[in-house]
Design a protein around this ligand. Structure first.
Ligand code: URA
Length: 234
């Protein structure tokens, strides 16, 4: 990241408007390498200079990656006029311009949802070529049998004629199953079960690639994942 004006840097990293930041800088909230800077046009080098705002170090991160334990009833969209979206659950400290969802979940689906402002990463994740595994726990309206497991293994044909990639279907309990797919078509899990005349009562994503939803991440809570950590999982 190249040298830039301190007001631009702080505005991007803290998601405050340029005007808010300039006011703060004039009041002496910003410091460069320990020296208060009241000049909002000062050029800084984010790779070398230590920048603080209100006494807190502002680390430069090109991108942010967030894992959310999505609750039911919240839309997987960046914004909506009237309804609550997953972006509303992201704490201010992690909010960025351009933050968007990587692979949507239906409004009633719960579990692991990734968000990032790294468009390249998002694209790789959702590209049909990527074949990244997604694992779901599904509560069904009836039990499954060996024939259905076999059909999933071969590739279920959806109502519109699309043949899904082979999927793993494991029975966990009566009417509770795990499904592992390597693609992400619209309503895919519900349509796969629809194709064998089974209804989905509840759907929960537990894993993407080898990134699992942490057990201690409560419903509706977010946690940041460092880029280096994330790379190990994909
Ligand atoms: N498949 C679905 O049908 N819904 C989801 O939210 C995710 C996968």
């Amino acid at each position: 990241m190249e040298k830039q004006r301190i007001d631009k840097f702080l505005s991007n990293q803290l998601l405050l408007s340029r005007n808010e930041i300039r006011t703060g800088i004039k009041k002496g909230y910003a410091a460069v390498n320990g020296n208060i800077s009241k000049d909002f046009s000062q050029i800084i080098d984010p790779r070398k200079d230590e920048i603080t705002y209100c006494g807190k170090k502002v680390d430069y991160k090109k991108y942010v990656y967030i894992m959310l334990n999505k609750p039911a009833g919240v839309l997987s969209a960046s914004s909506d006029k009237n309804r609550k979206t997953v972006l509303d659950l992201v704490p201010g400290s992690l909010r960025r311009k351009g933050l968007s969802v990587v692979g949507r979940l239906d409004k009633d689906t719960t579990g692991l949802l990734l968000m990032t402002d790294d468009g390249g990463f998002a694209h790789k994740c959702i590209s049909p070529k990527s074949k990244i595994e997604k694992s779901y726990i599904v509560e069904l309206d009836c039990d499954i049998n060996a024939d259905i497991i076999g059909l999933f293994k071969k590739g279920v044909v959806l109502a519109d004629g699309y043949k899904c990639r082979p999927a793993v279907l494991q029975k966990l309990e009566n009417r509770i199953v795990r499904v592992i797919i390597t693609e992400g078509k619209y309503h895919q899990i519900k349509r796969m079960f629809g194709a064998v005349s089974i209804g989905v009562n509840r759907l929960h994503r537990e894993r993407i690639g080898s990134l699992c939803l942490p057990e201690n991440l409560a419903s509706g809570e977010c946690v940041e994942v460092e880029q280096e950590v994330l790379k190990q999982f994909f």
